[in-house]
Design a protein around this ligand. Structure first.
Ligand code: UDP
Length: 386
């Protein structure tokens, strides 16, 4: 008889895991989600009034340097070419991100060559007697005080709700610094947006005879007794009723407006100035430039601390959070019968492609351990810092 597995969460982590395990032909999978749609925070749906494909929980641009992951998503959806070109409005001017030659010349009102700009930025970079230990040190070391203050300090303080010096340096390492005019926000070889949206893509991944998917179905502990194993992709601290306290997350919320024509001429404009209460504005029809719409829908994004009932988005990973995370992980390892994965289950700042790669790998690890009757993996990652 096939083992019965319960997967909590129908985002990328849960859906990819379900599909991979279904294809082994050894399991029956039940995937549940408390929301009324699959795809988690990647969910897209057409705005009923305008027909525009909305990224309902904020912009999602798929990018990866992993050929296996790119082939995997293209198996389930048609991807349209898309290059994310983000702008930042700061000090009364519109600049191109990520910080590149054009940005540097515009900001300092110079006409430097790539080599001159590199030397100039090196002359502005701050040096410490230790490797950069936090976001602020990383930024000052990379681009110096002036660019940091204009593009990063205010934005990061608004988005994360704390001093950038309290945040891990790794957050900034997500963004490239370029001495060419290339303003592609990502440095990955593959980038695109699924033509029919992310929800359709995840529905296709889940479309397998061994997978049964139930929406509007929150997890309750009694469900575990009906399954041979549970995979939990919701918040790790939530699984344990926050017994060691809440892990810190930022959440985002939006003011949604509809206009005629074009509102800002670009998918995303960031607002780093602290005097502006929001962090960015996204205009969703520009995420589908292959479509034509007379009207436009924009979302102005604000950020706040996650309270009970809010959707968690960005794991803060402050030192106090990491201590709690260690306790939750230790507790998880004592449970038996349950594994944790995904952004929320492992409390890491992961992109879609990271989550998919890890679920593909975890399915293999789990199936091999199960077949060999060795101990089943509890987390996909060994290191807290990953
Ligand atoms: N960031 C910033 N200014 C910007 C854009 C990004 O300070 O205009 C910082 C901010 O702290 C953010 C981090 O860089 O959390 C990573 O940015 P990314 O665009 O990767 O964030 P995401 O797309 O996940 O919201």
């Amino acid at each position: 008889m096939k083992s019965r597995l319960l997967i909590v969460g129908a985002g990328f982590a849960g859906a990819v895991l379900a599909r991979e395990l279904a294809e082994t032909n050894r399991y029956e999978l039940r995937v549940i989600d408390s929301r009324s749609h699959v795809a988690g925070n990647c969910h897209t749906e057409r705005d009923p009034g305008t027909g525009i494909m909305m990224h309902c929980y904020g912009p999602h641009i798929f990018h990866t340097d992993n050929a296996q992951v790119w082939a995997y998503v293209n198996r389930f959806a048609e991807f349209m070419p898309f290059v994310n070109r983000v702008k930042a409005f700061t000090r009364g001017e519109l600049f191109r991100l990520p910080v590149n030659l054009h940005t540097i010349n515009q900001f300092f009102n110079k006409q430097m060559s790539p080599a001159e700009a590199r030397l100039y930025i090196e002359s502005l970079a701050e040096h410490f007697d230790h490797p950069p230990e936090n976001f602020e040190e990383q930024a000052l070391h990379m681009i110096g005080r002036d660019l940091y203050d204009a593009f990063f300090y205010g934005y990061t303080k608004k988005q994360w709700g704390c001093e950038p010096a309290e945040l891990p340096a790794g957050i900034l390492k997500r963004l490239p610094l370029r001495f060419t005019d290339d303003d592609n926000y990502y440095a990955d070889p593959w980038q695109g947006i699924p033509k029919s949206g992310y929800t359709h893509l995840v529905e296709r991944i889940l479309d397998h005879s061994a997978i049964d998917c139930a929406l509007d179905t929150p997890f309750t502990p009694d469900m575990a007794s009906l399954a041979d194993h549970v995979f939990f992709t919701g918040p790790l601290d939530g699984y344990f009723d926050h017994c060691f306290g809440r892990l810190g997350y930022r959440t985002v919320y939006w003011a949604r407006h509809q206009h005629r024509g074009d509102y800002q001429g670009n998918p995303v404009v960031n607002y780093p100035d602290l005097s502006v209460p929001y962090t960015r504005i996204h205009e969703h029809k520009h995420f589908a430039p292959w479509e034509n719409h007379e009207a436009t829908v924009v979302m102005t994004e604000y950020s706040k601390e996650t309270q009970k009932g809010d959707t968690p988005y960005y794991p803060k990973r402050l030192p106090a959070d990491m201590q709690k995370l260690q306790r939750y992980r230790a507790l998880a390892l004592t449970q038996g019968g349950v594994s944790f994965l995904g952004r929320l289950g492992t409390y890491r700042y992961m992109d879609m492609h990271h989550v998919i790669a890890e679920s593909l790998q975890f399915a293999q690890t789990f199936a091999a351990a199960d077949a060999g009757q060795t101990s089943l993996p509890v987390f996909p990652n060994q290191e807290l810092s990953q």
